[in-house]
Write a protein of this length. Structure first.
Length: 310
């Protein structure tokens, strides 16, 4: 297991380096000058100092080398559009807010989705199965911002049970959490239903039934453990989606998460802010995939054994 983990950790670092390099080059390949508007009315000497402050007067490879050196130390620089705003501090301050509503939505969605998928598989061809599939279709087809708007209309405008916008109390997270949970519910319900149906048809399940194994023991000890393994793969992208998938929902509910800074950074051509948040999300995505690989190895020892033979 140690060799398996060490190998996956090396792949993670290599992938992160490649992703950060490609992101840096793509951002700097964008046409235009990020400081053109801010520095156009300044005297030439002050303008030169302005460009030197952000290192934009250096060759591209030198800029990249400085970025990597500072990023390793946890320094992602300062915002170009808002001088003095430290990017690392901005991420550390606002990422937990995005993580909270996104994490709550993911946990709720995964839990309900897995349960619905199991129910649909064991009630195949009956009304619970059709109901779960209908929920899955709706969850995949309807965007989260549409769900968010509908929730606002019914629960804040019509019923006045919950606040429309704001942040600070648990009640402010209820509607955003529900809006973000619908997609995971649909995804995991479909995957778990398909995986459970595949496992139920295996010979060892038929043998367990013939031996008189109880339904509870059959579900938890045999079906779920084998059916949930392919669904674990989805956790990596879903964890990264905690941040990227909640940007629009954050705007709808006026939640002070990372979404507002990411959108404004693109609008203002704020290279450093875009780069910092892109690296943060990329690192989160890659680390999540690394953890998924480790969980794979723990759940199914055959994976780490076959990986060690390669």
């Amino acid at each position: 297991m140690f060799k398996f983990t060490l190998k996956r950790f090396g792949y993670m670092l290599l992938t992160l380096f490649i992703a950060s390099s490609i992101t840096f080059m793509l951002i700097h390949a964008m046409p235009g000058d990020p400081l053109a508007v801010a520095a156009r009315k300044l005297p030439e000497q002050i303008k030169a100092n302005y460009y030197a402050k952000y290192g934009l007067n250096k060759p591209l490879l030198t800029q990249y080398g400085l970025f990597v050196k500072n990023a390793v130390k946890g320094d992602l620089g300062q915002s170009l559009a808002s001088p003095g705003r430290d990017i690392t501090e901005t991420i550390m301050k606002h990422a937990p807010i995005s993580a909270r509503i996104g994490g709550q939505g993911l946990i709720l969605g995964v839990t309900i989705g897995i349960l619905l998928g199991i129910v649909a598989a064991f009630k195949r061809g009956k009304w619970p199965d059709y109901l779960v599939m209908f929920i899955a279709i709706v969850g995949i087809s309807v965007p989260s911002f549409v769900v968010a708007s509908l929730l606002q209309f019914f629960f804040t405008v019509k019923l006045t049970w919950l606040p429309t916008t704001g942040w600070g109390e648990f009640k402010h997270t209820i509607l955003p959490t529900i809006a973000l949970s619908l997609s995971p519910i649909a995804t995991y319900a479909r995957y778990m239903r398909a995986n459970c149906l595949d496992v139920i048809g295996q010979d060892y399940i038929i043998t367990a039934k013939a031996k008189g194994v109880s339904n509870v023991s059959l579900v938890f000890k045999h079906v779920i453990r084998n059916a949930i393994l392919p669904a674990i793969t989805l956790l990596g992208p879903q964890v990264a989606g905690i941040f990227t998938g909640s940007f629009v929902v954050e705007s709808i509910f006026s939640i002070p998460g990372l979404g507002q800074y990411f959108v404004s950074a693109i609008t203002d051509r704020d290279y450093t802010m875009i780069m910092g948040q892109s690296i943060f999300v990329s690192a989160l995505f890659i680390v999540a995939l690394f953890l998924v690989d480790i969980i794979y190895g723990l759940v199914d020892p055959r994976i780490r054994v076959s990986s060690g033979k390669r």
